[in-house]
Design a protein around this ligand. Structure first.
Ligand SMILES: [Zn+2]
Ligand SMILES: [Zn+2]
Length: 499
């Protein structure tokens, strides 16, 4: 079946020298395998070998060949030193494999060092025809942020709406089978629910596992207008945290509620380019919700990037976004400690079938993020920047942006504005989709009536100016409806003393 290697090399295989630098999937290839198939290879399988080094986390191959106009066909398959790793016939020109997930048609799993081979089958090639091929091989030697799509879902900057916290049957998410019985919910049903709500992005965050990523890669191809974000709920005995970006194993097995234990996974997430968000920090811990409240001591500055301030599951219990069981107290304590930590929300949906108008359904709450592009890296950059607001009920068209003007310098949510003592700062709040209610500025955690304004049709709310005192402060805006129900929560503009 296999053409002997020597014979194949004689048939014009050229092995390029390995690249020196560690290469990500979009950088220079680690190796380029080139060769040419002719009628000699017709109805045969030809192996093109390469020797994978130790410690590879992901292998990505781009494959191309010429001669299609003469009906030459090369079918592609792959084997590692131990087993067959999949096949794609003539249908794919790019494939990727990691421990956790792989291009459909290929098998995820360990990437053992040793002799791998492309298996090239030739079902058709005419006498005299030549089919030169090229396989570019890219390696990741350190885990990094995973994108399931090859290119951004939308390549332009803008506000994008999504749900950052939900569970499928890869942990404890459930939905109804054909017969009506409750079953562990397949990933596609959760993704369909998010798409049906018109979301731009969704993070599936099953508890501790990495098993949902393979399905997400497959589904991303079909849901090509909605970004699928790799997430995971690191679920410990002393608190839960969503991590976004990485797909490799993170060691959640803390043996105590302290930083030395938590840093096992937090440092890994950051090293790989991901972010860490503390989930439902105000939830009680006990038999009803095991390990739910955040009780880990001694986190240094920079350990966390975000806090889930509104959790849909908690909303279902309390019916109010500003319940003491939500994340406001923890978030405020972080901000008052001088940390720039972004508030986000998440439905914590465990039931893809839950009707859209109920709290805790997929998309309720929605987090709205200003991103440089709609991609996983774009979303992470958006959360890091802090230009984010929470739409408690997930109503498309609701919008909140806060900007501050001091002299000729302006800052929006997440940004820092230097102000001198005595400088007057004017705030502008852009509210859309709420016709009747109030805007409140919250300054260092306090909501004073002096910084409240009515929302009236066709007129931007007018807020009293605020005067800097030369010290660090943070100011955020929130919007309530006419009955006082909290609808929109913005992230802070930060102030520091001017030089
Ligand atoms: Zn949780
Ligand atoms: Zn959860």
């Amino acid at each position: 079946m296999r053409t002997p290697l020597a014979a194949f090399l004689a048939a014009s295989l050229l092995l390029a020298a390995p690249a020196l630098a560690q290469a990500g999937p979009e950088e220079a290839p680690w190796q380029v395998l080139k060769g040419e198939l002719t009628r000699e290879h017709f109805e045969k399988y030809t192996e093109v070998p390469f020797d994978l080094p130790e410690g590879v986390k992901r292998i990505t191959i781009r494959f191309s060949y010429a001669g299609k106009e003469q009906k030459s066909v090369i079918d592609l398959a792959l084997r590692d030193p131990q087993r067959f790793r999949g096949a794609s016939g003539g249908t794919r020109n790019r494939l990727t494999l990691s421990t956790e997930e792989a291009t459909p048609g290929y098998l995820p799993g360990p990437l053992p060092a040793g002799r791998w081979a492309l298996i090239l089958g030739v079902p058709n090639i005419r006498p005299g025809a030549r089919a030169p091929f090229e396989a570019q091989i890219f390696l990741e030697r350190a885990a990094q942020v995973t994108e399931f799509a090859d290119t951004p879902i939308v390549a332009k900057a803008g506000w994008y709406r999504g749900d950052l916290h939900m569970h499928s049957g890869d942990s404890d998410g459930r939905c109804k089978a054909q017969s009506g019985v409750s079953i562990p919910c397949p990933v596609y049903r959760t993704v369909e629910a998010a798409a049906s709500r018109g979301l731009d992005f969704m993070a599936l965050t099953d508890h501790n596992t990495t098993a949902h990523y393979n399905a997400m890669r497959e589904l991303q191809g079909a849901f090509d207008r909605m970004l699928l974000v790799p997430g995971r709920e690191i679920t410990t005995f002393w608190g839960h945290s969503n991590v976004f970006g990485p797909t490799d194993f993170l060691d959640y097995r803390m043996t105590g509620p302290n930083w030395d234990q938590a840093r096992k996974w937090i440092d890994a997430v950051h090293a790989e380019g991901g972010i860490v968000s503390i989930n439902h920090p105000g939830a009680p811990s006990g038999e009803m919700c095991m390990g739910c409240g955040w009780r880990v001591d001694g986190l240094p500055d920079g350990a966390i990037d975000a806090v889930e301030v509104v959790n849909g599951g908690t909303m279902r219990e309390t019916r109010a976004a500003d319940s003491a069981l939500q994340g406001f107290a923890y978030w405020t304590s972080q901000l008052n400690a001088g940390r720039h930590v972004t508030a986000i929300g998440g439905s914590d949906s465990h039931e893809a079938d839950r009707p859209a108008n109920e709290p805790g359904a997929v998309g309720s709450p929605t987090t709205v993020i200003y991103m440089p592009e709609l991609s996983v890296r774009g979303m992470l950059a958006g959360i890091r920047s802090g230009r984010v607001f929470i739409d408690v009920e997930g109503v498309k068209g609701r919008f909140l942006e806060l900007s501050a003007l001091a002299g000729d310098r302006r800052a929006v949510m997440g940004e820092t504005l230097p102000v001198r003592r005595g400088t007057s700062v004017r705030f502008t709040v852009d509210v859309q989709g709420v016709t009747n209610g109030t805007v409140q500025l919250v300054i260092d955690g306090k909501a004073e009536p002096a910084y409240r304004a009515a929302i009236e049709a066709d007129r931007a709310p007018v807020l009293a100016p605020w005067r800097g005192d030369g010290r660090a402060h943070w100011v955020r805006a929130e919007v309530r409806d006419g009955t006082g129900r909290l609808l929109l929560i913005g992230n802070p503009v930060y102030f520091v003393q001017a030089e």
